[in-house]
Ligand binder design. Structure first.
Ligand code: ATP
Ligand code: MG
Length: 357
């Protein structure tokens, strides 16, 4: 199974070229809690990733988000072997990537791992088909098969018919799609995406997110997606890790993070998220079937976004009933809870008398 596992992964950058001992010492001091990132930085050592552990199953999109400098790209570069972890292990498809020789790692990188960057550099003098087939060319796949697989990948990415065009004839969004097609053409099971959609304008970005989700349904890759955009993280991530100063400070579903932020940093990160689109009825529903299923009013399902639950709630005069596929009522959403969740339910309930005072 193409599961990706990171176990207590560290990356520490030291000062000079020969700094193995100092870096190992820094990891031990971080492990024991004797030092922290700021103290190390004062000595000229950067702890870019500290004790990262996670597991991504095939078919899952694991999103890593965090502010600039929090260690996201460093983490990703360790996953594809471009950087060697200072400590810890990375396993993919049952293989310990950290134990491979450089030659073995190159083999794994060219066959099992694909990367899509923020600014995907296409070769200007190759047409779209040749650009999409580049990863296969590196693998030594014969031309006919390369062209067939590249054309398939382009079609998946909505670029059928553009095979013979030149990169400069394509919009930025289309060029980014060629990058995605190149990654998909190789059949790699692990897709690493570093801010892949960040340079696109909002509408195209949303299109690309939809396309990725649609593709993922049929391809079932193991995807690690880096972004600093929380709405993107919430839309794409089956699981989301929030990084701060090299550490993963919280890991969970969009709902976990929105409803139970681990600390003030995560809370400040999520304050601008459109909860009504991210959270669904099951985050809010109570097990009490307070709605009246036999009154014929519209009902919702557990997966209905809160924005749509609101629309139903505005039309009925009682709690909104949540029904299973077979129509049985499994719970209900009281209007008060709905409003509280779309706002920030963690804020204290105000007492009128206190507000007035
Ligand atoms: N090769 C390197 N040598 C020394 N320090 C490095 C190196 N690469 C990264 N760093 C440092 O590691 C930290 C994490 O950098 P990284 O690029 O992983 O952050 P990021 O979360 O991807 O940021 P951004 O959102 O800006 O891309 C930063 O402090 C950076 O300066
Ligand atoms: Mg980065």
């Amino acid at each position: 199974m193409s599961t990706l596992i990171a176990e207590h992964v560290y990356k520490v950058f030291g000062k000079g070229p020969d700094n193995g001992a100092a870096v190992a010492k820094a990891v031990r001091a971080l492990e024991s809690g004797e030092t922290d990132r700021d103290e190390l930085r004062a000595e000229g050592t950067t702890a870019a990733v500290i004790d990262a552990s996670f597991r991504v199953e095939p078919g899952q999109i694991f999103v890593v988000m965090g502010l600039s400098g929090s260690g996201k790209s460093t983490l990703l570069r360790m996953l594809n072997g471009l950087l060697e972890p200072t400590a810890g292990r990375i396993l993919f498809d049952g293989e310990d990537l950290t134990a491979l020789s450089p030659a073995e790692m190159r083999r794994v990188r060219s066959t099992k791992i694909s990367m899509v960057f923020q600014h995907f550099a296409l070769f200007p003098h190759r047409d779209v088909l040749e650009n999409a087939g580049y990863g296969l060319e590196v693998q030594g796949v014969p031309r006919a098969e390369r062209e067939r697989r590249a054309a398939e990948a382009l079609a998946l990415c909505g670029l059928g018919g553009w095979e013979k065009s030149w990169p400069d004839e394509l919009s930025g969004g289309m060029q980014q799609r060629v990058g995605l097609a190149r990654a998909l053409a190789t059949d790699a099971d692990l897709l690493l995406m570093d801010e892949s959609f960040s340079a696109l304008d909002p509408l195209i970005r949303r299109d690309m997110q939809d396309q990725l989700l649609e593709l993922q349904k049929s391809l079932g890759k193991t995807i690690v997606f880096i972004t600093h955009d929380l709405n993107e993280a919430m839309r794409l991530g089956d699981s989301i890790a929030v990084m701060r100063d090299g550490r993963i400070v919280q890991q969970g579903t969009a709902e976990d993070i929105l409803t139970r932020p681990a600390d003030d940093y995560v809370a400040s990160f999520i304050q601008d998220v459109d909860r009504s689109r991210v959270l669904t009825a099951d985050a809010v529903m109570t097990g009490d079937p307070g709605g009246r299923p036999d009154c014929g009013c519209p009902t919702v399902s557990a997966g209905t976004p809160l924005a749509d639950v609101c629309a139903v709630s505005a039309r009925v005069q009682h709690d909104v009933a949540v029904t299973a596929e077979d129509g049985t009522v499994v719970g209900s959403v009281p209007q008060g809870r709905l409003v509280a969740f779309i706002g920030d339910e963690r804020r204290a309930v105000l007492d009128c008398a206190e507000v007035a005072a």
